[in-house]
Ligand binder design. Structure first.
Ligand code: SF4
Ligand code: SF4
Length: 70
């Protein structure tokens, strides 16, 4: 199995801050944004290319950039 590309950072989505405006979903071209089992927007780290479009588009500050450990 090919080794997955490792990123130094990830984006996280805070469901408490999210107001479900769908801006991130519209911006993401890589299927990084999805609706999870709690019917809340979420980020699929496997699909996410770390382009940052959702982060810049979010009007609620619900998407954060976090440094990956290890
Ligand atoms: S950083 Fe880019 S690829 Fe990742 S979820 Fe946001 S818009 Fe999609
Ligand atoms: S852009 Fe921000 S507020 Fe809008 S759905 Fe995405 S995370 Fe939620």
């Amino acid at each position: 199995m090919a080794e997955k590309k490792k990123f130094k950072f990830s984006f996280t989505l805070d469901p408490v801050l999210c107001m479900a405006c769908a801006a991130c979903e519209l911006e993401c071209k890589d299927d990084g944004i999805f609706i999870n089992d709690n019917v809340a927007y979420d980020i699929n780290a496997d699909n996410c290319t770390r382009c940052g479009k959702c982060f810049r588009a979010c009007p609620a500050g619900a998407i954060a950039k976090v440094t990956n450990v290890a």
